[in-house]
Design a protein around this ligand. Structure first.
Ligand code: HEM
Length: 145
């Protein structure tokens, strides 16, 4: 037997490895790839941003300053409000399998659980934003005189 030894996520280097591998898969995915490639032109800075995000989330290093809810509402808008739970499902599958290939432990589990929770929140906020927009559009319609 040759057991594969896995370690836990311990530092920024580990996060950098995961985020880089994850986005390699995202960029090549037939459903997610076109969405990401159409919006992101500087991949190095996007990856750095996401490494900051996960370092803040998992290792409590205060680096990330952003607004993921607003960012994803914009992504949905740019895609004619066609982002679905399927996209989130693919995203999560790629994230979880990337982590599981090389890592296990408390932080590895936390990284997967946090992504599931954040994904749920983002999805709900995308939908709320769509409803708000259609509500205000309805209100914009002037009644016939
Ligand atoms: C499921 C969990 C997800 C997590 C945890 C997550 C996390 C993030 C974070 C932290 C950012 C940076 C936001 C900022 O700069 O303020 C980001 C950006 C982005 N996300 Fe996600 N995301 C998720 C799902 C998705 C999905 C399903 C899609 C597409 C269908 C997506 C598309 C994007 C794109 C295109 C950007 C770049 C936006 C820009 O720079 O204009 N994300 N994501």
């Amino acid at each position: 037997m040759n057991p594969i030894t896995k370690k836990d996520i311990q530092n920024r280097d580990d996060i950098q490895i995961i985020v880089s591998k994850f986005y390699e898969k995202v960029r090549n995915d037939q459903d997610l790839g076109p969405i990401f490639n159409a919006i992101i032109d500087d991949w190095d800075s996007h990856i750095k941003r996401l490494v900051d995000f996960w370092e803040t989330n998992l290792l409590f290093v205060q680096k990330f300053k952003g607004n993921p809810i607003k960012a994803h509402q914009e992504v949905d808008k740019k895609n004619n409000h066609k982002i679905t739970n399927i996209h989130f499902g693919i995203w999560l599958r790629l994230w979880i399998t990337t982590i599981d290939t090389q890592y296990e432990g408390t932080n590895a589990t936390l990284a997967k659980d946090r992504a599931r929770k954040i994904g749920t929140t983002l999805f709900i906020k995308i939908h709320k934003n769509r409803n708000l927009n259609s509500f205000s559009k309805q209100n914009d319609v002037k009644p016939q005189q």
